[in-house]
Design a protein around this ligand. Structure first.
Ligand code: CMP
Length: 145
């Protein structure tokens, strides 16, 4: 059996956001993720309450877009994903492109699927530490990988 790489540095957390799920783009996005060499280690279709969206995005509490972000992120189902690849955080951020789709590179997930800076199709962790914190927000028992 292939040795697992599940450890800090090789893991990131992602969400397929309400706009992308509602538009039926989850399958195409998952395909891009797998084609880019990420292994899906955990996947859950769920819906955040506004309160839990607020907890997940706690670091942005003081930002002007926080309230709208929480309302949007709880507006419909999302797909939570734990992904494994070498240097997963950086590799995934390259695959998804800039937060603002207007600035995202051609061929990136956000360039293809995002509608706006808020409805930007996917979330990707910004550090190894946050990847593990964010994955634990949705999943327990990850150490079994
Ligand atoms: P995400 O990677 O999930 O992290 C925080 C989210 O806040 C971001 O993607 C955007 O969807 C959202 N957001 C809304 N407005 C802004 C903004 N002006 N700058 C950065 N992020 C924003």
């Amino acid at each position: 059996m292939q040795k697992s790489q599940f450890m800090a540095g090789n893991v990131t957390f992602s969400m397929i956001k309400p706009d992308a799920y509602a538009d039926g783009n989850s399958g195409a996005i998952l395909q891009m993720i797998e084609k880019a060499g990420f292994k899906i280690k955990a996947l859950k279709l769920t819906q955040l309450s506004e309160q839990n969206a607020g907890k997940f995005y706690e670091v942005h509490r003081e930002r002007p877009f926080y309230k709208d972000l929480c309302s949007y992120m709880s507006s419909g189902p999302i797909m939570a994903l734990v992904l494994e690849k070498q240097d997963a955080v950086a590799a995934f951020r390259k695959l998804i492109g800039a937060t603002n789709p207007a600035q995202a590179e051609e061929g990136t997930i956000r360039k293809i699927f995002a509608k706006s800076i808020e409805a930007n199709a996917v979330h990707g962790s910004d550090s190894d530490e946050n990847a593990l914190i964010e994955a634990s927000f949705f999943f327990s028992g990850l150490e079994m990988f």
